[in-house]
Design a binder for this molecule. Sequence first.
Ligand code: FMN
Length: 159
Amino acid sequence: MSDSNAFRRCLGKFATGVTVVTCLDAAGRPCGITANSFSSVSLDPPLILWNIAKVSNSLEAYKQAEYFAINVLSADSQSVANHFARSDHTLFANVEHVMSERGSPLLPDTLAQFECRTNAIHDCGDHFIIIGEVVEFRSTDRDPLLFFAGQYRKLEKPE
Ligand SMILES: Cc1cc2nc3c(=O)[nH]c(=O)nc-3n(C[C@H](O)[C@H](O)[C@H](O)COP(=O)(O)O)c2cc1C
């Protein structure tokens, strides 16, 4: 690959939603990282995936976590996305959240949540692919926060 910036720009042409993936680190501190690599994998069994950069400061937290949660952000949560795109992923002091029974931090006002048990972690280039088995899920009718070409977007209502 001769031009990694061009590759990144080309990948950015695939519009996605935005999630915050949360877990507890080994010391029991809540962690959250903004991720748009979330994808469905399998209906039966119910599996999803997301990718974490090997350079991420919170890599070890997600590698050791038995459970994690995918919080799918709603249109008005851009500040939450920016917050968890910062390097210190344990910054929960000013972020409202509840702890799930299995110990995953859940954010309020999301449009969907998937609570997952870590099923497999695959070493893949400069990222790890984390596969989760969905053990609980819930959704609302909120509008999504979107990410396209390096920018946050909102859904345009159909005519
Ligand atoms: C919209 C958006 C999507 C992102 N998606 C991912 C992702 O899927 N995986 C990942 O490892 N980092 C992703 N990041 C970057 C992380 O959120 C994180 O902030 C960044 O890696 C810096 O933290 P670190 O220094 O701990 O790695 C994304 C950032 C943004 C703004």
